[in-house]
Design a protein around this ligand. Structure first.
Ligand code: ARG
Length: 565
């Protein structure tokens, strides 16, 4: 809001000088000492360009700002500066009214109107357990999607299942050697995981198993019916496990076209690479050189098998054509940085101009007790189990704090999920996270449940009381703890836009923590349900606005708000 006024002053003055034939760039500042004002405009640059005496220039500018009917309460010149105090009463009333009227639509933006963003996230590897490592992609991707939608973008969400590649050759070899259908049917994913682990253990002793696996995969690419049936079965069973998690987290996708979908779409791309003389042979394999700074992209194995990058290359062209994206976001871990650099370079080399629309939305590792979770070595951390543990912990906490609460199961579910999701999204996505479940579920500290609890606290204040926004005490907004809350409420939209531009849910998460902290500070010094009617109306309107923003902000992170907990 103050940003908006600054922007208007800048435009106003620049336009005025322009109309008089001068190009001046105006810098509008915030004074270090708030006693001087909320906004300050230094006029040195103008003096330099116009070559008129300072007092005359300052006087002129002062009048222009004065006549512009901006919400400004007081302005005066101090030397070469014009210092302004915004009208906190008028501004606050305007902002809160807008928030109260718009409700959950408050903060909506149209920066994305008419633009398409394709998102590629979650994308677990079939036949492996849905590990906690995929949580980050799922939650970050889902939140980015919600944030983009709020900004008016058309989104298309793809779960690019890792359902193709040599690992399926491995599964098939392992299944045929050691597998048992009945045993697998009983508990598909853990049995398949066991087989996968066993394959790696055995292959360390006997590397010829890897050759068998490569051959099996090649057979799949050639549509060997027995292998494809087996693959289909494994894929379906694996998807059931992922679906459990998506249901719990309320995550949905517009497409589940995974790597296998591109099996028949790679040949034309390989042909195009050939025709453009980009592809050449190297020790029997086909590669594309990408220059000195980056290793070549391996497009075809010596045995003819395709690779991860080959499928991604086919996918990006398919998606460009199909979804006409202005941007495509790949929400994938840091360890695949090189992969996406190669993908962009390949698109460049092929002579297309959209490689800058390809964005690797990278993220760090998920550590538990300082260690990386991995399926290969067998120390599987199942996301579903972690979620259930969080829900159980939440249930215990709730029962202790509020034994008579109804719907404890549902509430515990939402609180547990909030704990896990927020523990992830509050961090800048590029960093590694060390995750501590007991910490994450707590109702205090920087947690999801803390934000839910703050919202619940406001809900209980608002319960069964009415307020009239036409009868408030505007002068209260001059007080710092009031105006701080109004300022935060007013910054909701620009915060969301920033998060959208940077594909960074943590910007929203941190903002919500600030908002909740400021509210709780407010709550500790003001009796919200005050006996004075006007004061009460003001406080309740402010509290309700904070709740609107909190709830909507939580939604954008993929977290439910609650009325009770
Ligand atoms: N399935 C991959 C993995 O778990 C992630 C896929 C990411 N998306 C992509 N288009 N490459 O490592």
């Amino acid at each position: 809001m103050i940003e908006q006024i600054k922007f208007e002053i800048k435009n106003l003055l620049e336009k005025y000088y322009k109309d008089n034939g001068f190009d001046v760039s105006i810098v509008v500042e915030t004074p270090k000492d708030p006693k001087l004002g909320d906004i300050s405009v230094p006029m040195f640059t103008v003096v330099k360009v116009l070559r008129k005496p300072m007092p005359q220039i300052v006087e002129e500018a002062l009048n222009i700002i004065k006549n512009a009917s901006l919400p400004i309460k007081d302005l005066k010149s101090v030397g070469a500066y014009i210092n302004l105090f915004v009208d906190k009463e008028v501004l606050s009333e305007k902002i809160l009214l807008k928030c109260l009227n718009e409700g959950e639509n408050y903060g909506n933006s149209n920066i994305g109107l008419g633009k398409n963003v394709t998102l590629d996230y979650s994308s677990p590897n079939i036949a492996k357990s849905f590990s906690i490592g995929h949580l980050r992609s799922t939650m970050i991707g889902n939140s980015i999607k919600l944030i983009l939608k709020k900004c008016g973008y058309n989104t298309f969400a793809i779960n690019y299942l890792g359902d193709w590649g040599t690992q399926f050759g491995k599964m098939i070899v392992a299944y045929k050697k050691w597998g048992n259908k009945e045993v697998i049917m009983n508990d598909p994913i853990s049995e398949l995981t066991k087989l996968y682990v066993k394959f790696h253990e055995e292959a360390e002793k006997d590397p010829s198993l890897d050759d068998l696996a490569r051959e099996a995969f090649r057979q799949m690419e050639l549509s060997n019916p027995e292998y494809l049936d087996l693959w289909k079965w494994i894929r379906e069973e694996s998807l059931k496990e992922s679906a459990q998690i998506y249901d719990l987290l309320e995550i949905d996708f517009d497409s589940y076209n995974g790597e296998a979908f591109y099996n028949d779409k790679m040949d034309p791309i390989i042909k195009e690479l050939e025709e453009k003389h980009l592809l050449h042979e190297d020790q029997g394999a086909m590669i594309v050189d990408l220059g000195d700074n980056i290793p070549p992209a391996l497009i075809k194995r010596s045995d003819g098998g395709s690779l991860y990058i080959t499928r991604d290359l086919a996918a990006v062209f398919y998606r460009k054509k199909e979804y006409k994206f202005d941007k495509i976001l790949y929400v994938v871990g840091n360890e695949q940085k090189l992969h996406f650099e190669q993908l962009k370079m390949l698109v460049d080399k092929m002579g297309y101009d959209f490689s800058d629309q390809i964005v690797h939305v990278n993220f760090g590792l998920y550590l538990t007790n300082g260690k990386k979770a991995s399926t290969r070595k067998g120390n599987v951390v199942k996301l579903y189990d972690v979620l259930q543990t969080a829900i159980k912990l939440a249930y215990d906490l709730i029962s202790e704090k509020n034994p008579n609460l109804k719907n404890k199961d549902t509430i515990a579910k939402y609180v547990g999920i909030a704990a896990i999701v927020f523990a992830d999204l509050k961090n800048y996505r590029g960093s590694d996270i060390d995750f501590n479940i007991e910490q994450a579920v707590k109702f205090e500290g920087q947690t999801g449940p803390y934000l839910q609890y703050t919202s619940v606290r406001i809900a209980s204040i608002l319960k069964n009381v009415e307020f009239d926004f036409n009868n408030i005490s505007k002068e209260l907004f001059e007080k710092e703890h009031y105006f701080e809350l109004v300022r935060l409420v007013s910054e909701f939209q620009s915060t969301i836009e920033k998060a959208a531009n940077e594909a960074s849910p943590s910007i929203v998460a941190k903002y919500l923590l600030n908002l909740a902290a400021s509210f709780n500070h407010f709550y500790s010094i003001e009796k919200i349900n005050a006996s004075d009617e006007k004061v009460r109306n003001t406080n309740l309107a402010l509290a309700k606005s904070v709740r609107i923003v909190l709830n909507e902000g939580l939604r954008l992170l993929g977290i439910h708000y609650l009325d009770e907990m």
